[in-house]
Design a protein. Structure first.
Length: 208
């Protein structure tokens, strides 16, 4: 039984591993492959983070959308970013996406996060929680390449058309690894000398 909206939900790391595996399997079952773009329009609900990690496991590209955006900023980013999948809630879909649907020719799948009652009667969508419940909690992550695009972000668009910026897998892995294993700090990431208080690190070797 899905929890009521707003109710606390606790996740262990094992739960998170299984849920992200299920999401990756949902993408695979829909034919979403490496390099295809998965957008999420939601508040900070668990499915936002599950979708982010599950998308990366599938070697697809994750792109978050600010839930306060109006319909036009959403349409622009989905169009520019060539969105293949959109994960959102029934309320946000009805208020901000439904009227745009016909103009988003590339958007193949919309996955709604909500109760069966909230989703019932919404045409041409998928019930994400139902699909995840039926998906396997096991997923084998395929090999990734250094130049695989992992994340897609946009500029604010306040002065014109929003611009897209992509992050590749190798940068994300390098950043996570150096921060945890080498005690990297933002202030010393691009310095060859060690600032006071930072552990000595071989930055000239790592950054090239």
């Amino acid at each position: 039984m899905p929890p009521k909206s707003g109710a606390p939900r606790d996740f262990t790391y094992a739960d998170l591993a299984e849920e992200t595996n299920r999401f990756a399997n949902v993408l695979a079952s829909l034919g979403v492959s490496a390099g295809e773009r998965v957008f999420v329009l939601a508040d900070r609900i668990p499915e936002l983070y599950i979708a982010a990690l599950g998308t990366l496991k599938n070697r697809s590209v994750f792109c978050p959308l600010f839930s306060a955006f109006g319909p036009e900023p959403i349409r622009a980013r989905l169009t520019i970013g060539e969105g293949d999948v959109l994960v959102t809630t029934p309320a946000l879909y009805r208020r901000k996406v439904a009227a745009l649907r016909e103009s988003l020719a590339r958007l193949r799948h919309i996955l709604l996060v909500g109760s069966a009652e909230e989703i019932a009667g919404t045409p041409a969508i998928h019930d994400l929680r139902a699909m995840m419940a039926a998906a396997s909690p096991r997923f084998t992550i395929p090999p990734t390449a250094d130049d695989d695009v992992a994340l897609l972000h946009f500029t604010s668009g306040t002065t014109g058309t929003p611009g897209a910026s992509s992050l590749r897998s190798t940068l994300i892995v390098w950043r996570a690894g150096t921060r945890t294993s080498l005690d990297s700090r933002c202030s010393c990431l691009r310095r060859s000398r060690t600032p006071a208080g930072c552990s000595p690190q071989p930055w000239p070797i790592l950054i090239r």
